[in-house]
Structures are given as C-alpha cells and as structure tokens.
Write a protein that binds this ligand. Sequence first.
Ligand code: ARG
Length: 246
Amino acid sequence: CGLAHAAPSSAPSSTLDAVLERGVLRVGFDAGYQPFEMTNKQGQYIGFDVDLAKMVAKEMGVKVEFVNTAWDGIIPALLTDKFDVIMGGMTVTPQRNLRVNFADPYIVVGQTIVLRKDKAGEIKSFSDLNDPKYKIAVKLGTTGEQAVKRLIPKATLLQFETQDDAKLEVINGKVDAFVYDLPYNAIFASQNTGAVVHLDKPFTFEPLAWAIRKGDQDTLNWFNNYLRQIKGDGSYDRLYKKWFES
Ligand code: ARG
C-alpha cells in the first residue's frame, strides 16, 4: 500500500464537483426580499435570484434546492455547508469578503430611505435623519443596518429579524424611516403610497454577488464565466426586464 493511496482521492475537490456528483445545487437565500426572492401564494419561491439559480442549475445539468435562511446567519450557514452558494442579493463588502469569496457582481444597487409620509417635508436626505429624535428601522445583519450605523450614527436604530416587521413599523408610523436596498424599497413604497414616500436616490454603492466558500477557484471560475455569458447573450436582460421593469 503505497503513499499515493493514502491521499483522499474520492472526495470532490470543489463545490462544483460536489454539486455535479450530488446532482443538486443547494442555494441559500432569505425569502421576502422582493423582487429577488419571494414566496408566492402557492408557497413556491419566485424572483430574480430564483430564476437565475434555476438557469445555473439547468446549465450544470442538476436540480436546484432552495434553503431559506435568516439573513444574519446566512454566512455561517454557508461556511458549515448547509448549501453551496448564497444567491440572495448579498452586497459585496470588504468585511464579508474576509470570510467568503464573491463571484463578479450581477447587479449594483444602493441603500435608499422609505419615509413616513408626514416626515416628507422635513427630511430630504439621509443626513437629515442624523438625530436621536429620529427612529430608523433596519433588517438585522444587512448593509442597511451598516449604513445607518456608519452614515446616520446619531439616529435611533431599531433592528428587526425580518424585512416585513421592519416595513410594518414605518407603515404604522412607529418609526420615521426604513433603510434597505433600492429595488425592495421601490416596490414597498409603490404599494403603500398612502403611508410612505420613497427617497429613491441611493446613498451607498452596493454591488450584489453570489457568495461561496473561500479557496474554491473552480467554482468561482464557472460562475464568473457563466455570468459573462448570460450578460452577453440576452438571457440576463430578459430576466432583468421581467423582474425590474414590469
Ligand atoms: N444587500 C443587502 C445585504 O447584503 C440586503 C440583502 C438581503 N437579502 C435577502 N435575501 N434578504 O445586506
């Protein structure tokens, strides 16, 4: 029995190989983040990320399985192999990038403010909210939370486990503002025009990307080449129009 046989030879060397062997791509996200991932009335997941994930799996020749995970625990869940990739509108931040690898960004967004309607006269931008008398709701573990801590540090911050809870606070007038990604807020505000207004000029720069475990060049290479392909051949544009321009 030579040394060569002592080396582990059957374990897949990359997430990509593990997915192919398993025949299933496991995708982690946190549903409720419109229009990227939502649950419809039939209980199925729909959205931009969902369609992209299905396209990826189809191209790989495997099935797709969605693993719904609370946002503030989503990186630990990736690192402990609960799924293969986060496709959940995750902003590439230097801090997160210390723990995971990101594919090339698939879209760029920024934080915006949804304001209680009766505050529209006095608050025109994020800096007007920088006062302890203003209450701002955010979703736990998001870049919305980080943006408020960093750029609106004097405001009173209220963290919520879900975006639905945070959103309700501003609809019900319990807080003055809600800070979250622009696409989410655009839909939120358009559905609640009686209660809120959208300050829709983004005040942060946020590329969103798929996250995988570190040190996996094979998987990163596949994802990046795939992204370039769908961005060039029209299939990305088709999905973008479906979810962002309808
Ligand atoms: N882009 C923001 C972030 O990275 C929010 C993403 C929330 N995604 C979700 N699936 N709930 O923190």
